[in-house]
Design a protein around this ligand. Structure first.
Ligand code: URA
Length: 422
């Protein structure tokens, strides 16, 4: 087979055969297909899309490029959650111990953040001593003993995705529904979870801002999950404004711990409990996540989960040496705080990375003091900007310059959960 034939066929709107797809994914994984040819085919897919049969074969080939874990011997149902990512989205930190406290095993194999969206591993690494890397045996032992694991995905889990995602990241080929769906689902299916709840975001801070695209992505992923025997449900949730008050690694851990202690911002609690309810249902458990959260049992699971990975859940979180303020330019009601602008500001303050190799700051980020619906006066502090490098403040302020919408009348409440796709 010849990669140029596949590229030309897809470029001209043709369909690839199963043999061609399997050959291509094998070649990408082994490195026998050069990056420029792989990137050209990915770009042709961005423009031409994939037929359902092509996507099914493509995803199956990505799963088969590595190992598929078997979690069936754990003695309790397995269920995971995946979010398409957003600003201030620390839901996994609360959800993983909460759903474990409800009786499930939650195998959260996660990634690091890139660009304006934070990564779960970066957040957890703000905790003193915590380590993201576990061997397979350690991962399985923790899942059996604690029921909750957040850890880095190992290199043998869908390695085709690792190669293609790195290429897509630098060739403008991320934004494609079939490529995103196969990338996410190949990793989640290979992880071995029996159930999966997807949090598909829409709005300015999401990968796909248009809700119609989010819905199509959700339907595509639910279909892929089901066809591989994983019970999959998706919620389409709003990411037009940040979730909770904090965007930044240690700041988000602190807000998650507050939520596990029974407090936390109302929007974060609402989205977390909605997803937890879906996870408990998918796992076939008879538990009430709201009551479990209120009982403090989720906090016990959080501590065990952190300690199992050498973290100290009682150690104070690091704090930024420099805190500046972002203030309201006018008086009125806050009708919108743009999620993308806040994400970019947190990133510029040091919370995110521009390239995979970059380090992130544990302490940098944005903490909102006022949110949607609040009445504010001109000059009042809307948010704290945290950083360890004051030279970053100017760029963060620039990112926020048109982030705030202020109106004379109180805005409608936010509608956080737009739809459920099953
Ligand atoms: N997250 C993934 O894992 N893959 C994508 O393609 C996009 C987001």
């Amino acid at each position: 087979m010849n990669a140029v034939d596949l590229i030309v066929a897809k470029r001209d709107g043709g369909e690839l055969s199963d043999e061609e797809i399997n050959w291509f994914i094998d070649g990408v994984t082994s490195g026998s297909i050069p990056a420029e040819q792989a990137a050209a085919l990915l770009m042709a897919i961005v423009w031409r899309g994939m037929a359902p049969r092509e996507l099914a074969t493509w995803t199956a080939a990505m799963i088969q490029s590595g190992q598929r874990l078997n979690l069936s011997g754990l003695g309790r149902p397995t269920v995971d959650k995946h979010s398409t990512g957003g600003v201030g989205d620390k839901v996994s930190l609360v959800l993983c111990p909460l759903v474990a406290a409800c009786g499930a095993a939650v195998p959260q194999l996660s990634g690091r953040g890139l660009g304006h969206t934070g990564g779960t591993l970066d957040k957890m690494e703000a905790i003193a001593g915590w380590r993201a890397t576990l061997s397979h045996d350690q991962f399985l032992a923790q899942l059996a003993e604690v029921g909750a694991v957040i850890a880095a995905a190992t290199a043998d889990l869908a390695p085709a995705d690792r190669v293609m995602y790195a290429l897509r990241d630098v060739t403008g080929t991320v934004a494609s529904i079939p490529l995103i769906a196969s990338s996410i689902m190949s990793k989640k299916i290979a992880e071995g979870t029996a159930g999966l709840v997807l949090d598909v975001k829409f709005g300015s801070g999401a990968f796909l801002p248009d809700p119609a695209d989010g819905e199509e992505l959700a339907r595509t992923m639910v279909g892929l999950g089901r066809s591989h025997g994983v019970s999959t449900v998706a919620l389409l949730t709003e990411m037009d404004q940040p979730l909770g008050l904090a965007a930044g690694n240690a700041l988000e851990v602190s807000e998650s711990v507050e939520t596990l202690a029974g407090g936390g911002p109302a929007d974060l609690v609402e989205v977390t409990l909605a997803l937890a309810g879906e996870m408990v249902d998918v796992a076939g458990l008879d538990a009430d996540p709201e009551a479990v959260l209120a009982s403090g049992r989720a906090m016990d699971f959080w501590r065990k989960m952190v300690e199992a990975q050498d973290g100290d859940p009682r150690a104070p979180l690091p704090m930024a040496p420099e805190v500046d303020h972002w203030t309201a330019p006018a008086s009125g009601h806050i009708s919108r705080i743009d999620a993308l602008a806040v994400g970019v500001a947190a990133w510029r303050l040091g919370a995110g990375r521009a390239r995979k190799e970059d380090d992130v700051s544990a302490v940098a980020g944005v903490r909102l003091r006022r949110v949607h619906g609040d009445r504010v006066s001109a000059g009042e502090v809307i948010a704290e900007l945290h950083t360890d490098d004051p030279s970053r403040l100017l760029a963060a302020h620039e990112a926020l310059s048109s982030a705030l919408s202020i109106s004379d009348t109180a805005p409608e409440p936010r509608r956080l959960i737009a739809s459920r796709i099953a």
